[in-house]
Design a protein around this ligand. Structure first.
Ligand SMILES: Nc1ncnc2c1ncn2[C@@H]1O[C@H](COP(=O)(O)OP(=O)(O)O)[C@@H](O)[C@H]1O
Ligand SMILES: N[C@@H](CC(=O)OP(=O)(O)O)C(=O)O
Length: 480
């Protein structure tokens, strides 16, 4: 059965191209845009593009390290015009890289200069208002963050559109940054308005991953916002398929840990599993972006930009694996386990409620919980830790212990079977790994083990080799 039917039937698709993929623009053009058979099937496709890799980091801050960009200079009342000039230099250097793909370099440079000049004007006005102290700092900074963020996607969308136009393709540029638009649209209204009257069947649409709206996409979602724009567009246009193009496959285990030869792309899974992945920080898609797709019954495909013939992973609402199988092994080593102990907990109704109220007060969501007569342990992200949280817990309970831990988990839509737990525990034991805690809900879509941080990678490798061996054995006996 061929599941890449969107291409064959020339049905509408809404596709998102991430920043790392965008930087490999030749591959985007050859592998995504023109990789169509027959060639006329390039139309009826809407592409939501992210900024080129590193650009939003320069404008706002580095997503991984937090190292400050232009935004933080403005927020600290410092001169931001110099770093903004560096952005122009960087974007023009990016333009030069793509001249050989057919970009009109003069037009691209001019676009950037004019666009950033306009942005600079808006930002200077905001900085002046900020300095006056008359308006709330928060709303001014929010607006500045939106203006800066939009530059990255306006640039990348312009570049891709220009190259395609120069190659004779029918392209419509849909710039949702609303730079010259004073109307107070919500994001959904802006999207609806932008797509009105566009003949999708006869065009490729290139859309900015940033979208301006009264609710503020940065306030609601912040970094990674282009996935949200993508999801909103898909929800409006109801495509045959929504597609995310990434630089890697969603794999049976993290290729960076187990090696590419020891894992394989996941063919099919469901939205429940992508939520489980997101819960441990591996965001095949952000839940805020996937929920509307799931609710509207829109199927999502994750594709690897560099392997265009591979159908990737198809995520649907309904998929349940035919065979008993672990579909993905993943985890994170950036967690803390907080154990709350009190000898008076036994039989006392509401101890857990008290802990939850304290977590909720600190806006902290937990990823794992277990309980015994006199203790409750919760696992939270280390980045959410604060001394105040612990003080609040200590006010109500006798002893609070904190442990830096890792969580490894087995995920699957249909993996419940006798012996799976024993086999996983054995895999960890054989590698000398002590299981600090473990848990799973009755649906058994996520079996979780808490281990020491230093055991994280070995635990992933151990579970992966045990489960792969099991899979190979079943294939050999014709069961799979
Ligand atoms: N099962 C898995 N398949 C693919 N990647 C995985 C898996 N588990 C963990 N990862 C890691 O997740 C990272 C991608 O996660 P994502 O949240 O999309 O990050 P990014 O910010 O790089 O887009 C990759 O760098 C990869 O090493
Ligand atoms: N460029 C924005 C939006 C985005 O979603 O990018 P990416 O698809 O590369 O995560 C950011 O870095 O936040």
């Amino acid at each position: 059965m061929n599941f890449d039917t969107s291409i064959k039937l020339n049905m509408l698709t809404v596709e998102k191209i991430g920043g790392t993929s965008m930087s490999a623009l030749r591959d985007v053009i050859d592998n995504i845009i023109f990789h169509q058979v027959p060639a006329k099937n390039i139309y009826n496709r809407v592409f939501v593009v992210s900024a080129f890799a590193g650009v939003t980091d320069m404008l706002l801050e580095n997503k991984k390290t937090g190292s400050p960009g232009v935004y933080h200079r403005l927020a600290r009342y410092q001169d931001f015009s110099k770093p903004l000039k560096s952005v122009i230099i960087r974007l023009k250097a990016i333009n030069r890289d793509y001249a050989e793909l057919g970009l009109d370099l003069d037009a691209a440079d001019q676009f950037i200069e004019e666009h950033i000049r306009k942005a600079q004007k808006f930002l200077s006005n905001l900085a002046n208002i900020l300095a006056s102290g008359y308006v709330s700092k928060e709303s001014i900074l929010q607006a500045a963050r939106e203006i800066l963020a939009s530059i990255g996607e306006s640039h990348s969308a312009f570049i891709l559109t220009n190259i395609l136009l120069n190659r004779g393709v029918h392209v419509r540029l849909i710039d949702l940054s609303g730079f010259d638009d004073h109307r107070a649209f919500t994001i959904d209204q802006r999207i609806r308005h932008a797509f009105k009257g566009i003949a999708l069947k006869d065009n490729i649409c290139i859309v900015t991953g940033y979208a301006k709206g009264t609710e503020g996409i940065m306030r609601e979602f912040d970094r990674g916002y282009s996935e949200v724009t993508f999801s909103k567009i898909a929800t409006l246009l109801k495509p045959h398929e929504a597609i995310i193009h990434k630089e890697y496959h969603l794999s049976t285990a993290d290729p960076a840990i187990v090696g590419v030869d020891n894992c394989s792309p996941v063919g099919f899974t469901n939205y429940d599993i992508t939520d489980q992945l997101a819960d441990v920080g591996m965001e095949a898609i952000h839940p805020k972006a996937s929920k509307p797709l799931e609710i509207n019954g829109i199927n999502l495909r994750i594709k690897n930009t560099f392997q265009p013939s591979h159908p990737g992973t198809l995520i649907t609402r309904e998929f349940i694996c035919e065979h008993k199988r672990v579909e993905v092994i993943t985890g994170t080593d950036k967690l803390l386990m907080i154990d709350v102990y009190d000898p008076l907990m036994v039989g006392a109704v509401g101890s857990d409620l008290k802990i939850m109220q304290i977590l909720s007060h600190h806006h902290i969501s937990y990823t794992f919980k277990t309980t015994s007569a006199n203790s409750i342990s919760v696992v939270i992200w280390e980045r959410d830790f604060s001394r105040k949280l612990i003080n609040n817990l200590e006010d109500d309970f006798e002893k609070v212990t904190i442990d830096k831990v890792a969580l490894v988990c087995l995920l699957g839509t249909n993996m419940d079977q006798p012996g799976l737990l024993a086999k996983s525990a054995l895999a960890l034991t054989e590698h000398g790994i002590n299981i600090k805690s473990a848990g799973f809900g009755i649906r058994k879509v996520n079996i979780q083990f808490i281990v020491a941080r230093e055991d994280f990678k070995m635990a992933i490798v151990a579970l992966n080799s045990k489960m792969s061996l099991d899979f190979q054995n079943r294939c050999a006996s014709g069961m799979s």
